[in-house]
Design a protein around this ligand. Structure first.
Ligand SMILES: C[S@@+](CC[C@H](N)C(=O)[O-])C[C@H]1O[C@@H](n2cnc3c(N)ncnc32)[C@H](O)[C@@H]1O
Length: 282
């Protein structure tokens, strides 16, 4: 039950990086770079996300579940929308940046262990979470089963279309950008259990889980160094410096990539973010 001031519950017994049965989540959300990571996601995606939730009719009294809640920006939007008659459970394995907020109950919880709160929910939202989790298909079925009749499940993840430097970029920076992104995503990401083909397949999984009215949208855009899309890449690479070097990049290349992401003369594509949603039949 959401409260006026918000509450926090811990079900992880102190672990923050997944259970022994799962490949490790690559990033440390509670670190300074992890904070930049989730703040950049909010800056890039909250308008799309809240636009979809608005279109789906999130309103007063709805029971909401926000998974992999990051800095809690979507949970706070939900809480304002559903008011005191509704509820918002915000779940993250690392809640150091998920401050209690009015109407939001924060759970420090590993979603591999099931849901921390019984449903049913009128809307469940998971952004940039399932792509990381090897048991994503099973978790999606659990989420579909936790929906109230008529309730919506909304999933956003990145696709396998790797970002490139914007057209007209000098060959040196463009090549460095491609190589670091490839090493991070196709190398470290896939090795850690990320499924970059998943995002385009979510609709099928929603259908197989019995949902209907399935639709989607994609977001990708160019951005300059120093703005959220490129600061996002920088925050990822800063968290992966050691494994990237172990994978063959030099310390100088990793440093130059970080500097490039701050350079307003440099422009590159964002990830391609795919949002898919479906509804449990009434
Ligand atoms: C890439 S961030 C996305 C944050 C937020 N959804 C957004 O889009 O702004 C992934 C989030 O999922 C959380 N997370 C990772 N593995 C998790 C798990 N097994 N259970 C719950 N949360 C998890 C991370 O701590 C992080 O906050």
């Amino acid at each position: 039950m959401a409260t006026e001031t918000g509450t926090r519950t811990d079900t992880t017994n102190g672990t923050t990086n997944g259970t022994a049965t799962d490949t490790r989540y690559l990033f440390e959300t509670g670190s300074d770079h992890g904070r930049v990571q989730v703040d950049c996601l909010s800056a890039m995606l909250d308008s799309t996300t809240t636009g979809v939730l608005d279109d789906l009719g999130v309103r007063e009294g709805w029971r909401c579940l926000e998974l992999g809640a990051g800095n809690g920006s979507v949970a706070r939007w939900m809480a304002q929308r559903v008011g005191p008659a509704g509820s918002v459970a915000a779940v993250d394995i690392d809640t150091r940046h998920l401050d209690p907020a009015p109407g939001v109950t924060a759970y420090r919880h590993d979603i591999n262990d099931g849901l921390p709160q019984d449903g049913p929910f009128d809307v469940i939202h998971a952004r940039m979470l399932l792509v990381h989790l090897p048991r994503r298909e099973q978790i999606l079925r659990t989420l579909a089963g936790a929906l109230a009749p008529g309730g919506w499940l909304v999933v956003t993840d990145i696709s396998d279309r790797l970002p490139t430097a914007a057209a007209g970029t000098d060959p040196g920076p463009a090549e460095l950008f491609d190589r670091v992104l490839d090493a991070g995503m196709n190398g470290l990401g896939r090795a850690a259990g990320m499924d970059l083909e998943w995002a385009r397949d979510v609709g099928r999984h929603l259908r197989d889980a019995g949902l209907e009215d399935i639709h989607g949208l994609e977001d990708a855009f160019t951005a300059r160094g120093g703005t959220p899309a490129l600061l996002y890449y920088r925050s990822l690479i800063k968290q992966l410096e050691q494994p990237l070097q172990a994978a063959g990049l030099t310390a100088d290349e990793v440093r130059r990539f970080g500097d490039l992401m701050l350079d307003p003369q440099f422009s590159a594509w964002s990830y391609q973010f795919v949002t898919t949603w479906g509804r449990r039949p009434r």
